[in-house]
Design a binder for this molecule. Structure first.
Ligand code: NAD
Ligand code: ZN
Length: 390
């Protein structure tokens, strides 16, 4: 079958790979109908991780059940499902408490945590779904059923990761109706956070980015005030506009944040300012009022002596912790527990109360993946969320 295979820094190719097979009775194999490219894939694509060539990418997957293991009880051949990007067992202490992004079970090899993801370095032995087919472990737990047919295909695909993740950002910030909120980043995750804030009744929403087409989407679909960080310090811009600090804040950028102080003007050269990976975190602390709350869903990596130098350094951030302490901020971090939200968000889509599909700028065949990786990676104008249809 065809799959998107990592080749090395800034290079993916569509290649023939072996078809997945059921390895344990609790698994299914899915025919992928839609799979997405994510900002998280770019950490591997740009060479910030030690991902090995040969890895099949893709953790945002949906499709039709093709083969069912004999221990699976709730899924049948032909079922249409979307797969949370987290692979979780469903019965460990964390899964039972709803923290399915932090499953602490061990998988069949006994050495790798089940708490993993499809097609992601360091997150278990699971191939990605940017391919014609995908093996789904612990399938009863790791699938969300969808109505038959092909309605809402683009919206449902966003339930694998970024719609729940954007929502999670606002929940980690404990946003309440009528409160104001700033979202750093208007990439797919940031836009989903701004959209979630709108759905949850925020009074005012500010979206910070520098890509005009992304800021336009924030304004048009999320009723968010666009703040271009290239036009001046975002904290000052927001305080001027709002008349002071805002109630809550979300970081939807992560450790690859651009520091406008050091970043060259050239937008074609997307070179993350790794010397200052905490730039957004410090701006967030400055922009949110004392005792406000922060939701940090942009990705940060641990300092790991085994990892490439820059990646390792990025784990030890220059956060102004004293300023955070002074302001009495609370904050939440980490991978989204997709299953905590995806059922409710699915039902909002079905009932017409949410339509996150405005985000999808491209829906293309698998063969176009290399070109689309390049365009999404350079945050090209108008390239917001790319869905692949194998
Ligand atoms: P993305 O990386 O394209 O989005 C980041 C956006 O931030 C871009 O539009 C970029 O222009 C903007 N940006 C860069 N520097 C900035 C700055 N200083 N201030 C404001 N904006 C800035 O793609 P994405 O898919 O939206 O991913 C965003 C982050 O979320 C990534 O780090 C990704 O790994 C992470 N992520 C986390 C989870 C989770 O479960 N916690 C899930 C999915 C993605
Ligand atoms: Zn993702």
């Amino acid at each position: 079958m065809k799959a998107v295979v990592f080749q090395g820094d800034n290079d993916v190719a569509v290649e023939e790979v072996d078809e997945p097979e059921i390895k344990n009775p609790n698994e299914v194999v899915v025919d992928i109908t839609t799979t997405a490219i994510c900002g998280s894939d770019l950490h591997m694509y740009e060479g910030r991780t030690d991902a090995e060539p040969g890895l099949v990418f893709g953790h945002e997957n949906m499709g039709i059940v093709e083969e069912v293991g004999e221990g699976v009880t709730t899924l049948s051949e032909g079922d249409r499902i979307v797969l949370p990007f987290n692979v979780a067992c469903g019965f460990c202490r964390n899964c039972e408490a709803g923290y399915t992004g932090f499953c602490i079970n061990v998988n069949e090899t006994g050495s790798v945590p089940a708490g993993g993801a499809y097609g992601y370095v360091g997150m278990g032995p699971y191939q990605g779904g940017q391919a014609e087919k995908l093996r789904v472990p612990y399938a009863d737990f790791n699938a969300l059923q969808l109505p038959e047919g092909d309605e809402h295909e683009n919206s449902f695909a966003l339930l694998a990761d970024i719609f729940p993740t954007g929502w999670h950002g606002t929940r980690l910030a404990n946003l309440q109706p009528g409160e104001s909120i700033v979202i750093f980043g208007a990439g797919p995750v940031g836009l989903m956070a701004a959209y979630s804030a709108k759905l949850q009744g925020a009074s005012e929403i500010y979206s910070v980015d520098r890509v005009p087409s992304r800021l336009d989407l924030a304004e048009e679909h999320c009723d968010s005030t666009p703040i271009n960080f290239e036009e001046g310090d975002p904290t000052e811009q927001i305080k001027d506009e709002h008349g002071g600090e805002v109630d809550k804040g979300v970081d939807a950028v992560g450790y690859q944040a651009i520091d406008p102080e050091t970043e060259a003007e050239d937008k074609d050269e997307y070179s993350p300012a790794r010397e200052n990976p905490a730039v957004v975190l410090n701006q967030l602390i400055d922009t949110v009022r004392p005792t406000g709350q922060l939701g940090i869903v942009g990705l940060y990596v641990p300092s790991d002596p085994g990892a490439p130098d820059e990646t390792s350094a990025a784990g030890r951030l220059g956060i102004d912790f004293g300023r955070l302490f002074e302001k009495g901020h609370r904050f939440g971090t980490g991978q989204c527990d997709v299953k905590r939200y995806n059922r409710r968000l699915r039902d909002m889509i079905i009932e017409g109360r949410a339509d996150p599909s405005f985000l999808v700028s491209h829906r293309v065949g698998l063969d176009d993946a290399p070109e689309m990786y390049e365009a999404f990676d350079s945050r090209e104008e108008g390239v917001t969320k790319v869905l692949l249809e194998p």
